[in-house]
Write a protein that binds this ligand. Structure first.
Ligand SMILES: NC(=O)C1=CN([C@@H]2O[C@H](COP(=O)(O)OP(=O)(O)OC[C@H]3O[C@@H](n4cnc5c(N)ncnc54)[C@H](OP(=O)(O)O)[C@@H]3O)[C@@H](O)[C@H]2O)C=CC1
Ligand SMILES: CC(C)(CO)C(=O)C(=O)O
Length: 327
């Protein structure tokens, strides 16, 4: 049986690990702190609608305890990826693929696209640790469409019945290792799918993340509340339009279907992961979700006045709430 390790099994990774364990997949998790202790002592609990399941799961904070894997699924926040890149070594044999399930512009985005010197995004891999210790050859990109919250250590609440995980090779091929990874994931996650254009899926997800991360975090509102107010909805639309303009200049003209957008975000009273982090006094995924998008806008000379104001305000809010959490 294939061995799968979920690295950074918090809200999303906990959901993935619980579903895989439920389906009988040989899955283990890397986590830390009180959440790790709770999983080791009482198992991993997933609450999804009326369903409430607890599964035993092998959990550690030390990759060497778990050994080489057939598949690693990273569900860390973007800003944590570089710091653990070197620690992944014990989980990797020569060909182990690593699925990077993460929001925002990914560190590997330009790999294979433009001449080598310009392929790295220093903001997302400041000292090159990801490039050096993992490298783009192992990477399968993954877009998450699955809202979840870690409600207490060891306990994940899933906010919706439809959970999609779009997984793709960076060069778009439907390779045997991609189909293998998706079939392992599908055992517990019927919404896992192989995609032949992971970058298009990333842009589509950015189109949801830019307005929801910015506006929910600034207003402390759930995604559903955001679109109930005319003024906030107007800002939401402007942020979407600016995001579409950036995407188009980078080769991805996105159709802006506001009915579809509002249908997706309005369905759940979900606190986006960025708002969850803000309320908990944790660092935000500002670089990957927001500042990298401003970089791409500047590169393509696309004006983003609404995004810029919202990012400035949110960055300040993040600084002050992080400071408050230290007091
Ligand atoms: N939550 C959601 O609904 C959604 C999230 N996403 C995206 O998915 C990704 C993951 O988000 P989410 O699941 O919310 O994040 P979480 O913070 O809930 O999960 C990440 C986990 O990794 C742990 N971790 C961090 N560093 C280490 C380390 N060195 N060793 C062991 N464990 C570590 C964290 O522990 P600690 O808390 O101690 O730092 C945390 O439990 C993000 O990119 C997010 O934007 C996408 C769609 C929906
Ligand atoms: C779009 C949203 C809000 C839920 O899928 C998300 O990606 C997040 O919580 O970070």
């Amino acid at each position: 049986m294939k061995k799968v390790c979920v690295f950074g099994a918090g809200a999303v990774g906990g959901h993935i690990a619980a579903r895989l364990a439920q389906a009988g997949v040989d899955v283990s998790v890397i986590a830390r702190g009180a959440h790790l202790k709770a999983m080791q002592t009482s198992g991993l609990r997933l609450i999804a609608g009326t369903e409430d399941v607890t599964v035993p799961v092998r959990a550690s904070d030390t990759p060497a305890d778990l050994g080489p894997q057939d598949l690693v699924i990273s569900t860390l926040k973007a800003q944590a990826l570089g710091g653990v890149a070197a620690q992944m070594a014990p989980l990797l044999h020569d060909t182990t693929p690593v699925v990077y399930a993460v929001n925002g512009v990914p560190w590997w985005y330009f790999h294979g696209r433009v001449p080598d010197a310009a392929t790295r995004l220093p903001r997302l891999d400041p000292d090159g640790a990801l490039w050096r210790h993992v490298g783009p050859a192992r990477v399968l990109g993954c877009v998450i469409r699955s809202p979840n919250e870690l409600v207490e250590p060891g306990v994940i609440r899933s906010m919706t019945a439809t959970n999609r995980f779009l997984v793709g090779e960076l060069d778009g091929t439907l390779s045997p290792r991609l189909l293998d990874a998706v079939s392992v994931m599908k055992a517990g996650l019927p919404g896992a799918e192989a995609t032949s254009d992971i970058r298009a899926d990333i842009w589509n997800k950015l189109l949801v993340n830019l307005p929801t991360s910015l506006l929910s975090s600034l207003t402390t509102s759930t995604t559903k509340e955001l679109i109930e107010d005319d003024g906030v909805r107007d800002l939401y639309v402007r942020i979407c339009q600016e995001t579409c303009a950036i995407a188009a200049r980078h080769g991805y003209p996105l159709p802006l279907d506001l009915n579809e957008q509002f249908g997706y975000v309005g369905k759940n009273a979900h606190r986006p992961s960025m708002l969850q982090d803000l309320l908990a006094g944790r660092p935000l995924e500002l670089d990957a979700q927001l500042l990298a998008m401003q970089d791409l806008a500047r590169q393509a000379e696309v004006p983003t006045p609404t995004i810029d104001i919202a990012v400035t305000l949110l960055a300040q809010r993040a600084r002050s709430s992080f400071q408050a959490s230290l007091r």
